[in-house]
Design a protein around this ligand. Structure first.
Ligand code: ADP
Length: 768
């Protein structure tokens, strides 16, 4: 082996970087030029040739061990120093005809020499140079398995997978069958590049790593970039030393060699140390690419150094390529299945809500909003309160979050009103109080007017995932570069990187949430439509009823007048008739009079409905005074004490109608009283949330609670026709109608035998 230590050390800044000389430090591992390590692996030799004349420009320092000649004997010489004339001819043929640009292809095997194994030669070109890699042939052709048959079987099995988990398991089983390695994993990258083992096949005596997560730092960005360009990365002996290229700078290009595509590329010290800390002696890694992006890796580990013959690597490369193509289809199938499941649940939820007349049931029973999403808590704000299920922040925290969300631009978006985050704290500091249960938030506004909102929550990842370097599982190890690559240190970094972070929301989930919103909005709109329809129907039938009442009362009055006239005439002409006939005629006369007053009430009632009101500020003290005058006759009949303890306010209302309300209530208060000392109080509660509440209170006979509603019905009386001064039973119906025309309401409190209080409000008219 040539001694390279007397070569002048070149500064890295000049581009002459060598992992052997410069290594890496903790601070530069993310900028380490892993594609130009300046070194090859020790089990083979890299020869860099000038394409035009196949002169050897660079060679690994260990060339002598494999080729019998070291750099001194090779540099500047023709490749014919190493290969036969036939070999040289084949190399030229490959250079001219085969697609070897950045794509190493096996060319031929250099026969064994005394003291050295036969070497498999593969060739590729890059930056105008030819790179010839020589690796000891691993197995005799006769003993090699039928890789074609193995790969064919693998591809068929991969096609059978129904779910992503199935698919990843099959991939690992097939790669293990192909390679015979101790552990094969499918490692998937999350959006933040932290990885998760989603498929695994391993020697039965090894612990399973399935489901473990690894920090993004375990595979730094430069390494990830390389994996986007190559399919297979072999490292047969992680502990072996690396061999520097001589010279480090290529004399033709004046640059370091780009070794991205070299199977023999020397591995980063960080990586080899990391493997050793996991007791892994050899690794074979394949890329899984979807749409040119690194989806994940097929990572294979072996506990003892091994060899990865060219055929195995070619078979693995093929499997990785097929797996990458298949992955997209499997993912699409799985996300379609998930979408269908979400949509089916959403449809059922909205169906339930349509029947139950409300959104609140979405958080109770089965299915509920939590089944409609891969989340651990959900809350819906509806009918002025929160309805929650699962792990959610408190109502007060939800209120604050809602206020914050409502100001977000996402909530105002007409097309996609949805807010989704995997780390609420980053945008909303208030989220720190509940980040353990709700670092991830997916929020949908419902009705802007009523402030309706649906929220789903996901916990901080650290709470839910099992991590590969959990210090509770493994002893503390300190590597040659300090604790950086040890499980404990790595765990600390990981904990830091996933702090306040939840697993991100998938686009299929966001789309499903938006669709659910549309369904809910449709439900709300159709409910509003139904209500409007019912209102229109109701108004129409009210109008029809009023029209009927008017026509009926008006037209019936005419014949009634005739009946009354004839009865009168009969009474006069029958002055001599016997007592019984007279009595009957007098009865008929009373009935016509009663019918006349009933028709008057009906006419009056229908007029109340048809008249337009004149709203203006009205001093109710004046109104009450007028009303008292109008019932003065009855007051004289039965002396009654009237109290008005406080002056009444001035409110916007129709003066005549307001007076009519008071007249009716006062007339009743005077009538329905059999106390020796009769009293009436007229007043107003000014500080009620509904506006001023007026009341007329008496100490009369009172009303039983079961009749509270009935007294407002047309022609309903609780007494005999002539008891308490008689009446038609229309007074309170008219009061209610007048109050409703003012958008107010009327109700009563009463104790039989002790008295009644009739309350009413008069809301100001709506602006047109
Ligand atoms: P009318 O007084 O013409 O019968 P109303 O519609 O004014 O019709 O009242 C309906 C019924 O309610 C009355 O017949 C009476 O039984 C009851 N009522 C109304 N006001 C009072 C009151 N202040 N105290 C007791 N009962 C009352």
């Amino acid at each position: 082996m040539t001694n390279t230590s007397n070569l002048p050390p070149l500064p890295w800044a000049d581009g002459a970087y060598s992992i052997k000389r410069h290594g890496v430090s903790l601070t530069n591992c993310d900028s380490e030029p892993v594609q130009m390590p300046g070194c090859s692996q020790a089990h083979g030799v890299v020869l860099v040739l000038r394409v035009s004349d196949l002169t050897i420009l660079q060679v690994s320092e260990n060339a002598a061990a494999h080729l019998g000649l070291g750099p001194d004997g090779l540099l500047g010489k023709s490749i014919s120093t190493v290969v036969s004339a036939e070999g040289e001819r084949r190399l030229r043929e490959y250079l001219e005809k085969e697609p070897i640009e950045r794509n190493p292809l096996y060319v031929f095997t250099l026969p064994a020499r005394t003291g050295a194994a036969a070497l498999d030669l593969s060739l590729h070109t890059i930056d105008g140079l030819a790179v010839l890699e020589c690796e000891p042939t691993a197995c005799e052709a006769a003993a090699a398995p039928d890789y074609y048959a193995l790969v064919k079987k693998s591809v068929v099995r991969m096609h059978t997978a129904q779910t992503l988990t199935d698919f990843c398991r099959i991939v690992t089983e097939e790669v293990r069958a192909l390679t015979g390695l101790d552990r094969v994993m499918v490692y998937r990258f999350h959006a933040d590049f932290h990885g998760e083992v989603v498929g695994e096949s391993h020697r039965t005596d090894l612990d399973p790593w399935f489901g473990l997560h690894y920090p993004a730092e375990d595979l730094p960005r430069p390494a990830r970039e390389i994996f986007k360009k190559i399919w297979v990365r072999p490292l047969p002996d992680a502990a072996a030393p690396v061999m520097e290229l001589v010279p480090l700078i290529n004399p033709d290009t004046r640059r370091s060699l780009t070794m991205t595509h070299c199977a023999l590329r020397g591995a980063s010290v960080m990586y080899t140390e990391y493997l050793q800390n996991m007791n892994v002696a050899a690794s074979l890694t394949m890329s899984l690419l979807v749409d040119g992006e690194l989806w994940g890796l097929i990572a294979c580990h072996h506990l003892t150094p091994t060899q990865f013959p060219y055929q195995v690597r070619a078979a693995c490369e093929f499997v990785a390529q097929v797996a990458s193509l298949q992955l997209r289809a499997v993912e699409q199938r799985e996300s379609l299945a998930y979408r269908l499941r979400l949509e089916e649940t959403h449809n059922r939820l909205v169906g339930q809500a349509a029947q139950d007349a409300g959104l609140a049931p979405m958080t109770v029973g089965k299915p509920n909003l939590l089944d409609a999403m891969d989340a651990t808590g959900t809350a819906i704000f509806h009918s002025e309160r929160w309805w929650s299920v699962g792990d959610t922040p408190s109502d007060a925290q939800l209120d604050d979050l809602k206020t914050w969300l409502e100001a977000r631009p996402e909530f105002q978006s007409p097309m996609r009103p949805v807010f989704a985050t995997d780390s609420l704290v980053r945008e909303y500091p208030g989220g720190a109080a509940f980040s353990a249960i709700a670092s991830g938030v997916l929020a949908l506004p419902l009705s802007r007017k009523k402030g309706g909102v649906v929220l789903w929550f996901r916990p901080e990842t650290i709470q839910t995932v099992r991590w590969g370097g959990n210090p509770h599982d493994k002893p503390t190890v300190t590597g040659p570069h300090g604790p950086r690559l040890t499980p404990r240190k790595s765990f600390e970094l990981f904990t830091e990187s996933v702090k306040d972070r939840a697993l991100p929301w998938k686009s299929v989930e966001i789309e499903a949430a938006l669709r659910l919103r549309v369904l809910i909005m449709e439900l709300v709109v159709s409910r509003a439509d139904q209500l409007t329809e019912m209102n229109v129907d109701l108004t129409r039938s009210n109008e029809e009823l009023e029209a009927f009442a008017y026509v009926a009362s008006h037209d019936l009055k005419e014949p009634l007048r005739g009946i009354s006239k004839y009865t009168h005439q009969l009474l006069e002409s029958a002055a001599s008739a016997d007592g019984e006939t007279r009595q009957r005629l007098e009865g008929l006369m009373r009935l016509t009079l009663r019918m006349d007053s009933l028709l008057d009430s009906l006419l009056h009632f229908s007029r109340v409905g048809r008249a337009t009101l004149q709203f203006q500020p009205v001093d109710l003290n004046e109104v009450v005074e007028e009303a008292l005058e109008m019932v003065a006759a009855r007051r004289q009949e039965i002396p009654t004490l009237i109290h008005i303890p406080q002056p009444l306010p001035t409110v916007v209302c129709d003066r005549m109608r307001a007076r009519e309300i008071f007249v009716n209530l006062l007339a009743n208060a005077l009538k329905y009283n059999d106390q020796p000392q009769r009293e009436i109080e007229i007043g107003c509660h000014a500080n009620d949330t509904r506006g001023p509440v007026f009341f007329v209170r008496d100490n009369g006979i009172g009303i039983e609670p079961r009749h509270f509603e009935m007294v407002f019905k047309m022609f309903k009386r609780l007494h005999g026709r002539d008891a308490f001064g008689g009446g038609t039973g229309a007074g309170l119906s008219i009061v209610r109608k007048l109050v409703e025309q003012h958008r107010g309401s009327v109700w009563l409190e009463s104790t039989p035998g002790a008295g009644s209080t009739f309350y009413f409000t008069l809301s100001p008219p709506l602006l047109p």
